[in-house]
Ligand binder design. Structure first.
Ligand SMILES: Cc1cc2nc3c(=O)[nH]c(=O)nc-3n(C[C@H](O)[C@H](O)[C@H](O)COP(=O)(O)OP(=O)(O)OC[C@H]3O[C@@H](n4cnc5c(N)ncnc54)[C@H](O)[C@@H]3O)c2cc1C
Ligand code: SF4
Length: 462
């Protein structure tokens, strides 16, 4: 009872050469056994660790009893993307990090149980109830990532007529173009969850760039929308500003992953070009860096992750770091690039780096990395992928009169209800916080739906 029921995974050697899902999840028997480890605590700490406050003891109890559909209904009250969250949420620092079982042994495997329930309900054709009445009010949602989808789903459940506008040709945001297939299958997992949001009555219009095709002011003044939610994410990559960064063979992780995930460069039947590289250096230590590194590995490269702090500061999910190591990715920790070296034709031929040591804590509370004098060395590389974080694209803020942004180009919005400086306009997710997590974006989408509902109730004529 002290240990989690182990989850089945593809063998590291096999999976390093394919794009199929790494984790195979629990079967019914394993799920019931794992659920039986839950103590069904009265004052359940796991719920406090969940940003959307799923009734975890409630759904886990139903799994233990074999009532999987009841479990799915309980989760659906708080989350519209459970198969996604069960796979990509950082559970170790959220619900599982708080689980009482974790004090003496391993916490209950809440994420894997959530994933099991979501997969079971999809495979067994369980669909969410469509709201019976609409209230005649129209809301536009910008962006179809987790923030936009959650806001749209919640508003549809309240009876609003919701249209999601998405710039790309497919819906899903980072779930579709960022997180790779081997962590989050698109056809089997992401698309069915988006279909469930559509089944609530939400319309999704793709290939519409708000700020170019149509502005927010036009949506409100000419297109008959009563309110707008902005969930446009943070898709603009950052670079280091070191010499050689413009060389051929230097990518942002976003571009690299989009080519592979959305434009299917990893499949032989697609023509999308991607520089597969033989020796790839990925700079950064977050989930995005792990995804880029593991994608490059699967495309046939030897891969190094170069990160300026130590292992304990790696921001990626523990499971991703563990999987990356198992697959053979080399971690150059306490290492910072100073220059990208090029050959006579301008292609990457290496990356000069310097060793770092940890000094005093900085404003983030983490110990500041400090260069060790005279410790420069060169990593042999023909491709460099920069994964240093992203910021919101300024297109929406620059095309919307009266929408306040902060110094990082993030939209200023109230956490409790997503209210921005512009009347009738609400915002949430990475567009407000900068790059964060799926569940925080979902929480913000939910808050935005509440804010819009309050606003439209106030403005509704009796
Ligand atoms: C590679 C990668 C791996 C990640 N791994 C994890 C993980 O394991 N766990 C985790 O919790 N989080 C992870 N994250 C972070 C997480 O995916 C994001 O925090 C989350 O997707 C943010 O949701 P969002 O809805 O705010 O924005 P997004 O998911 O970015 O969606 C925004 C959408 O808005 C659209 N859009 C932008 N501008 C416009 C416009 N002008 N008009 C119309 N549409 C527009 C975009 O095309 C996009 O589809 C990862 C991120 C990346 C990039
Ligand atoms: S804290 Fe752990 S043991 Fe207690 S209810 Fe939550 S999952 Fe179950």
């Amino acid at each position: 009872m002290l240990k989690k029921v182990p989850v089945r995974e593809q063998d590291p050697k096999t999976r390093a050469a394919n794009f199929q899902e790494v984790c195979l999840g629990y079967n019914e028997e394993e799920a019931v056994k794992e659920a039986s480890r839950c103590l069904n605590c009265k004052n359940a700490k796991c719920v406090k660790g969940c940003p959307v406050a799923i009734d975890i003891p409630g759904f886990v109890w139903q799994v233990k009893e074999g009532n999987f559909q009841e479990a799915a209904k309980i989760i659906a009250k708080s989350s519209s993307l459970p198969a996604v969250c069960g796979r990509v949420c950082p559970q170790e620092s959220q619900c599982e990090g708080q689980c009482i079982r974790g004090i003496k042994g391993e916490s209950v495997s809440i994420g894997k149980l959530e994933r099991f329930v979501a997969d079971w309900s999809r495979e067994n054709g369980f669909v969410p109830d469509k709201p019976e009445h609409t209230n005649g009010k129209k809301v536009a949602v910008i962006g179809s990532g987790p923030a936009g989808l959650t806001c749209a789903g919640d508003l549809a459940k309240m009876g609003y007529e919701v249209t999601v506008f998405e710039a790309l040709h497919e819906a899903g945001g980072v779930l579709l173009y960022g997180i790779p297939e081997f962590r989050l299958p698109k056809e089997g997992v992401v698309k069915p969850e988006i279909e469930n949001v559509k089944k609530l009555g939400v319309k999704i219009e793709t290939n519409v760039i708000i700020g170019k095709s149509v502005t927010i002011d036009q949506l409100l003044e000419e297109e008959g929308f009563d309110a707008v939610f902005i969930g446009s994410g943070a898709g603009l990559p950052m670079f280091m500003g070191i010499p050689g960064e413009n060389a051929n063979g230097v990518f942002s992780a976003n571009e690299y992953l989009t080519r592979s995930n959305l434009m299917k460069a990893f499949r032989d039947d697609y023509d999308t070009p991607i520089a597969a590289g033989k020796k790839v250096a990925v700079v950064g230590g977050g989930n995005v860096a792990m995804d880029a590194a593991r994608t490059a590995l699967r495309l046939g490269a030897d891969v190094h992750i170069v990160y300026r702090r130590s292992e304990s500061e790696l921001p990626a999910r523990a499971e991703e770091v563990h999987h990356a190591k198992e697959e053979g990715i080399i971690f150059d920790l306490l290492t910072n690039p100073t220059e990208i070296l090029t050959d006579d034709s301008g292609w990457v031929k290496g990356m000069r780096c310097i060793r770092m040591e940890l000094g005093e804590p900085d404003s983030s509370g983490r110990r500041r990395p400090v260069p060790v004098e005279g410790s420069e060395f060169v990593i042999d590389a023909d491709t460099v992928i920069m994964s240093l974080g992203t910021s919101p694209n300024p297109l929406i803020s620059s095309s919307t009169e009266g929408l306040e942004v902060n110094g990082r180009k993030c939209i200023v919005a109230k956490e409790a209800n997503g209210k921005t400086s512009k009347k009738g306009v609400y915002a949430g997710g990475d567009a407000v916080t900068g790059a964060a997590t799926v569940i925080l974006a979902m929480e913000a989408g939910r808050a935005g739906a509440r804010g819009i509902d309050e606003y439209l109730r106030e403005t509704r004529t009796p």
